[in-house]
Design a protein around this ligand. Structure first.
Ligand code: SIN
Length: 303
């Protein structure tokens, strides 16, 4: 199936409940063929139940939504998150002082590296990985520091029937070992301002098996669910044996036509669906500061 076909399938799905005529409280403007839409006409601090429902529909239809010109405090940011589920406390990264449900994502002008600079879906090593993440831009570079997203359902749809059949029954092991191994932690903490805590360092890794092809619990669509940051190997195979097929999937999963790219302005919020997207934070703004707050909504066990 081509991406155009996938888009047509999406439109057909929209006509069954996500049509733009159904949006009475918000405007929804897609930004790319595969995924992503800008939402207008709302203040996230004052949402009524009907507007939240429309935001939920837009989120499911477009997989990542962007809202500009917001003024969120940690409290109102979390309140928006709670419309979609309970909030995650990140097991490794230092949280906001006095507020463990807010993860500050910061790159100082002198930092060499950012976090999220590899295609991934958030915290997939957990038994119940995140439903979604809400990233709020407080200080952003004049240019650069965009975030990219890749639609894993479009990537799955574009595979051959033979490959789909082979992947459908496979499980893969996801691990946080790069965020808990003391040598890795020391290397990461040396060049990044978003630090891994001393308590997380040296702990036994958190590891869980998940299906390689995941069915979205709300839309029923199948999508790839492996990522370079956290997937170690296929269940029942060694890392060496798994590598060639994983490398193929990682390259296929981020083909340009499956992606969209968001250019940040201060006060923007991106809310992405970790169950069907991967994302990538660009590190192309040396000497500038980027400061964001992330709220992460808990998800369910992938099937
Ligand atoms: C992340 O992976 O959550 C960070 C994304 C970003 O900073 O753009």
């Amino acid at each position: 199936m081509s991406v155009a076909d996938v888009r047509l399938a999406d439109d057909a799905q929209d006509n069954r409940g996500h049509n733009s005529v159904d949006y009475r409280h918000i405007s929804v403007t897609p930004i790319a063929g595969a995924c992503g839409a800008e939402i207008g006409g709302i203040d996230l601090n004052t949402l009524d139940a009907e507007t939240v429902e429309e935001v939920r529909r837009a989120f499911l239809a477009h997989k990542v939504i962007f809202v500009r010109d917001q003024t969120l405090t940690p409290e109102t940011h979390k309140a928006f998150g709670r419309h979609f589920g309970t909030l995650n406390i990140h097991p490794q990264y230092v949280h906001l002082d006095g507020d463990e449900e807010i993860l500050p994502i910061v790159k100082e002008p002198t930092d060499q590296h950012n976090i999220g600079g590899v295609w991934h879906s958030d915290v997939t090593f957990l038994e119940r990985p995140a439903l979604g993440s809400m990233l709020y831009g407080i200080e952003v570079p004049a240019v650069g520091g965009d975030t990219m997203f890749a639609d894993q359902q479009a990537a799955y749809d574009a595979l051959s029937d033979g490959m789909k059949e082979m992947l459908d029954g496979l499980m893969a092991l996801h691990s946080d070992r790069t965020l808990s191994d003391p040598a890795e932690v020391a290397r990461r903490n040396a060049t990044r301002s978003t630090k891994i805590t001393a308590e997380a360092t040296g702990k036994p890794p958190i590891e869980n098996l998940h299906p390689v092809v995941r069915t979205h619990p709300d839309t029923g669509r199948k999508g790839l669910f492996v990522n370079k940051a956290f997937t170690l190997r296929f269940d029942g195979m060694t890392e060496e044996e798994s590598k060639p097929l994983l490398e193929f999937l990682y390259a296929h999963a981020v083909r340009p036509e499956f992606t969209c790219r968001f250019r940040w302005t201060p006060g923007s919020l991106a809310f992405w669906d970790n169950r069907c997207l991967m994302h990538y934070a660009l590190n192309d703004y040396p000497g500038e500061r980027r400061y964001m707050h992330r709220v992460t909504v808990d998800g369910d066990r992938p099937v």
